[in-house]
Design a protein around this ligand. Structure first.
Ligand code: SF4
Length: 492
């Protein structure tokens, strides 16, 4: 399996493959149903959850509106606390900065805290190309890395694996990365966790460079925050001599008071806990305590473009809790890999096409990877109206289609199948604007209903392959109304 998302097929194709995998469907169903039930209980304990959610939404919207101001403030406070701030416009620049920083230490390996931003820019692959080995230390990320796999969930990247599969990966792969799995390792969760602990400990104690992301950055203090459950993050953030944090620019919050809101929203929405087992915060460097050098790489990589879209920008409020994945009927069946991105599920369907543009088949297909049931919006702790953004992005795809390179120019090309959809809607618009034409068409359809085909021809065939064509009534509604209620037919 690919370890990156490059060249992924469009969502329907990738999802079809996933749907044939019964083990995957079973693993996903069990995991998502367990987490969603726990989350619902944890949220129900908070009487003012709706107000908290509204506060989170407002703080994020305010921050995004004044992002330039808060980022500059953050740069000042981080620098004043002894850190160094780097600005990266895209993935390539961020990877270059981190590679050079690691090289400057003379080290050839780093330990990593679980981080979506570094997965987004494919930092591990860039470091590997530069001869630097990155060790993932989050348990699920370790499973993904050892299995040469790709993450399929924001919070639980190995959600698609069951215990037996994890045992097999540990048995066969651990030795190639360091301490091997213990003899006779079973699929008992405690034994698996112990094997991972022993394997990782030697890496924590040896590492001189740590790489992390951050859940939040507090502008007024220059403080970064990582919340986690395993303690591996705490080890990576405190033991190495150099710490490099790669963080998306939307992760800034103005003040400590704002952070308080998110530290209540995030744990209940993600792991269904009242508070995280480990909440690590650091502000620059401190003599004799923790890393001696701290670098913050602020990552744009499509976020500024997303901010320019009035409807789509709300996706930047996301705090990566993954609640929307756990309730999504499409994600539950298709799994995370089908989304071709480190951001799967409903948030991935709106975030990836905005961060990466709709230049690839997979990104142009993602806004359609939803039934628009709205469950994602209901559970989102920062009230992102994902269905609204999905519909908005569908409009963008239909109107413009994916952008393709034509010589030196980037041009918009109608997406496959969407040209027919546009033509059909144009014809419908024309008929609906002419009541006389509409009436004639309806009567004609009623009279010829006996000849109605069971399937549509051409591109419509795929639609009728899984649906029945609606029956045509023997009498059009307008005629029925005139006959039963009377009145004048003023259709011309
Ligand atoms: S969109 Fe909302 S529910 Fe989904 S991961 Fe982001 S914050 Fe959580």
């Amino acid at each position: 399996m690919n370890t990156t998302s490059l060249g992924m097929p469009a969502f329907p194709e990738a999802a079809r493959e996933a749907l044939n995998n019964r083990t995957l469907r079973g693993n996903l169903r069990h995991a998502t149903h367990t987490i969603r039930a726990k989350r619902a209980r944890a949220v129900a304990e908070v009487s003012d959850w709706a107000e908290l959610r509204e506060a989170g939404k407002r703080i994020k919207d305010h921050t995004l509106r004044h992002l330039d101001r808060y980022l500059e403030q953050l740069e000042e406070t981080v620098t004043a606390a002894g850190g160094t701030v780097h600005w990266a416009a895209d993935a390539a620049e961020a990877n270059r900065i981190v590679t050079e920083l690691v090289r400057a230490t003379g080290e050839s390996e780093v330990v990593k805290v679980k981080s979506m931003a570094t997965q987004e820019i494919e930092l591990n692959e860039a470091l590997e190309a530069a001869g630097i080995r990155a060790y993932e230390t989050d348990l699920a990320e370790l499973i993904v890395q050892l299995g040469k796999d790709r993450p399929s969930h924001i919070l639980v990247p190995a959600i698609h694996r069951n215990r037996g599969e994890i045992r097999d990966i540990f048995r066969t792969e651990m030795a190639g990365w360091g301490r091997p799995a213990p003899e006779g390792l079973s699929d008992d969760p405690a034994e698996l966790a112990e094997a991972a602990r022993l394997h990782l400990r030697e890496k924590f104690l040896r590492a001189r460079v740590g790489v992390s992301g951050a859940n939040f950055m507090v502008a007024e203090a220059g403080t970064l925050v990582v919340v986690e459950s395993e303690g591996n993050g705490r080890m990576c953030l405190t033991l190495p001599e150099t710490l490099i944090s790669v963080v998306g620019i939307e992760k800034v919050v103005p003040t400590w008071r704002d952070l308080e809101v998110f530290l209540q929203l995030l744990p209940r929405s993600s792991t269904a806990e009242r508070m995280n087992p480990y909440t690590s915060m650091w502000t620059g460097t401190t003599d004799g305590d923790g890393p001696r050098a701290f670098h913050l790489v602020l990552l744009d990589n499509g976020r500024t473009d997303t901010l320019a879209d009035e409807v789509g920008r709300q996706a930047l409020r996301c705090i990566r809790c993954s609640a929307c994945l756990n309730v999504c009927p499409v994600y539950e069946r298709a799994g995370g890999h089908a989304y071709g991105s480190v951001y799967p599920g409903p948030i991935g369907a709106v975030l990836s096409p905005q961060l990466r543009g709709t230049t690839s088949e997979i990104d142009a297909s993602l806004p359609y990877a939803s039934s628009l049931c709205g469950a994602c919006y209901e559970v989102c702790p920062v009230a992102i109206d994902i269905p609204e953004v999905l519909v908005h992005l569908r409009e963008r795809v239909v109107e413009g289609g994916p952008a393709v390179r034509n010589g030196n120019r980037v041009v918009l090309k109608p997406a496959k199948g969407h040209a027919a959809e546009r033509a059909a809607l144009r014809a419908a618009g024309w008929a609906l604007a002419r009541p006389g034409v509409l009436r004639t068409g309806q009567r004609l359809a009623s009279r010829t209903r006996g000849f109605r085909p069971r399937t549509l021809p051409g591109p419509g065939r795929a639609w009728t392959a899984t649906r029945d064509l609606p029956a045509v009534p023997a009498e059009p509604f307008r005629d029925w109304w005139l006959r039963t209620r009377g009145g004048k037919d003023d259709a011309r």
